[in-house]
Design a protein around this ligand. Structure first.
Ligand code: SF4
Ligand code: SF4
Length: 286
């Protein structure tokens, strides 16, 4: 694991779908590593952040996350309609002699604002979510939460990544772990693109195999090295998988701990063994 002096080493846990085990792995691995070093964990699953259910720490800070969107100043407007014609995302519409704005479609590019000849579309902040910082021993947890009904998950994810990987106050962390949103769409891509190493968490099923292929293709496209990790592997199948794939066995104790909001690794040898192997893999990335 090589850290640049300007940014930490970032390990992202991603999965093709929710429930595959990335939060289980990210929270247990973060807590396991934080026994002897400073660790930052970023919960970027902003539509359903749940790392804090397992890492119950003291909340130190809560800040609002905003994005810039245009607001219309009617008394200045010439009704030329240029803003509506040029917005590629149909976030501005001219109907008769009225301008309508659709903030949830806006991509904050400020093009309409810049082109308006009379400055009738100033960019203003719009709240889309919150960022919460909490502390559990040597582990700092930064959680992004998208407001209900909002669609701009990427805006909150980018803010969490920025705060976690390049904090304005305090020292730069050595290692940052990221719990990514599920899937391979834009929110997941934002979390994977920030990674130096991707852990692809999937299940040993045909559907999981399909998810794994998609994630590995995404990692390749973005130039991020990836390690496959299979969760809930039946013990009689552990010999079936290729070398280099990390395996977490199917285990009732792990499932029970997860379902009741507890970390499992301290009392579970198979999971502890998997975390030891994962640590070895992370710290041996050139
Ligand atoms: S570009 Fe400016 S002046 Fe023209 S319709 Fe849009 S807001 Fe009004
Ligand atoms: S800021 Fe960009 S995306 Fe948003 S309304 Fe203006 S042109 Fe459209």
């Amino acid at each position: 694991m090589l850290r640049s002096p300007k940014r930490p080493f970032v390990v992202t846990f991603a999965s093709g779908k929710g429930g595959a085990g990335k939060t289980l792995m990210a929270t247990n691995f973060a807590h396991y590593l934080a026994r002897d070093r400073e660790i930052t964990l970023l919960d970027c699953d902003v539509e359903e952040p749940n790392c804090a259910l397992f890492l119950k720490g003291e909340v130190l800070e809560r800040t609002v996350v905003t994005v810039a969107t245009p607001s219309h100043v009617e008394e200045r407007c010439l009704m030329c309609g240029e803003c509506a014609r040029r917005c590629r995302f149909n976030a501005v519409l001219k109907v008769g002699e009225r301008i309508h704005l659709f903030p949830k479609l806006c991509h904050s590019c400020a093009y309409c604002s810049d082109l308006c000849p009379v400055h009738a579309l100033p960019m203003v902040p719009r709240e889309i979510g919150v960022l919460q910082r909490s502390q559990v021993g040597r582990l700092t947890l930064l959680e992004g939460r998208l407001n209900l009904g909002e669609e701009k998950g990427v805006g909150v994810i980018e803010r969490v990544l920025k705060e976690g990987c390049a904090p304005q106050d305090g020292p730069l962390p050595d290692l940052v772990l990221v719990d990514a949103p599920p899937g391979t769409a834009c929110p997941a891509q934002a979390a994977v693109a920030a990674a130096d190493l991707l852990i692809c968490v999937t299940e040993p099923t045909p559907y999981g195999g399909h998810d794994r292929e998609l994630l590995l293709a995404l990692a390749k496209e973005l130039g991020v090295p990836a390690i496959p990790l299979l969760n809930r592997v039946p013990t009689h199948l552990t010999q079936e998988f290729e070398e280099g794939t990390l395996l977490v066995p199917h285990d009732l104790e792990i499932a029970t701990s997860y379902a009741t909001g507890r970390l499992a690794y301290e009392n579970n040898l198979p999971l502890l063994g998997a975390l030891d192997l994962l640590k070895g893999a992370v710290f041996h990335v050139p």
